[in-house]
Design a protein around this ligand. Sequence first.
Ligand SMILES: [Zn+2]
Length: 424
Amino acid sequence: MVHARVTLARAIGFAVFIGAASTIRAQESTDRAVSALALQPAVKAALAAAKGSEPQTIDTQIRLTEIPAAGFLEAARAEEMKRLFQQAGLRNVRGDKAGNVLGDRPGAALHPHVVIAAHLDTVFPEGTNVQVRREGSVLYAPGIGDDSRGLAVLVAIARALNQADVRTPGSITFVADVGEEGLGDLRGIKTIFDDTLKGTVDRFVTIDGTGMGVAHTFVGSRRYRVTIKGPGGHSFADFGTPNPIGALGRAIAKIQEFHVPSDSQTTFNVGRIGGGTSVNSIPADAWMEVDLRSPDRAALAGLDAQLQKALDGALAAEHAQWHQTRVLTMTNELVGDRPAGATPAAAGVVQAALAATRAVGAVPATTISSSDANYPTMLRIPSVQIGGGGAGANAHAPNESFDTTDSWRGTERALLLTIALAQK
Ligand SMILES: [Zn+2]
């Protein structure tokens, strides 16, 4: 046991190895350490408890899904998580100013301080039918996987740790956070790192979505709402007045010709447009929403610069067409800002996540993602995203489903990873 702890300390606590050969050696030593950890009596009992109570975890997942939680309307589901955290034996269960729910499981010391999170909000608007339908092993409902699964696994981890009385050197804080999706713009997790737990967190895990994947590279995004305004007028009598929709059209034509790196991970999209009042009026306004993404910070900044240039150029061209200046005005509001970043593959948290996956008998696959982990990654806090197990399909669509077959593996993996990261 002592040997396992020492090895874990080397693998997780300090070492970030450079170079493939040493990365492989570090991974092998982490695999050994995590396997040894899984054999410690208390940990073994916790893993068995997690597996044994998987039906209860699935019931929790269903109950949470049936509490609507559209973006900015997460309060009812947050209340239920508070109750579940208390019932699972977490200490100091509380809310914070953003509406996040937190619960502590103190260790021998505060550090290493591990935060394990899942998000409360869904992409589905208020009024969506969230009743869960079951067909054999498959559950159907909007949000059943993303992220009710993550929330249910959080509760299962807390319950199993207490049932088996697992003692950890470091402390664990469980977080159910608001505002992960869409225009929520990570406001929940930003509050956790900028305010609620500012400066105290050493390692971060988010359980987001389903399956057994591990993500440590996070796609950044910048989203803009561009509005162009002018005096407007009669389409015949005021002909010659610069046209906001004309300027917007010129901008869109330029955007569609952007050059991006050919890795197909840097992307742009004009997702919505609007403006004007009638066919025979020069419009007084026009607007669009634009989404830019990349896992590479420099590529994202480059794309952003191209957008600003395209907008300025389009406005100038519309003015030049009518031999006018400063008739139109443009505002470009940043409505979403997710920082891009990666925790290195050689980092202890990544290696521990892969080791925990193997230790429960699954094959680890790494994926690129965009989630709550973007923010702590930017802050250089070692962070990973893991799936909650099972098999999900059609996330973000009304026909979302979750296959519960062997989903206990996801619960066990998340539990083992949490314990491994709370070692010195
Ligand atoms: Zn999600």
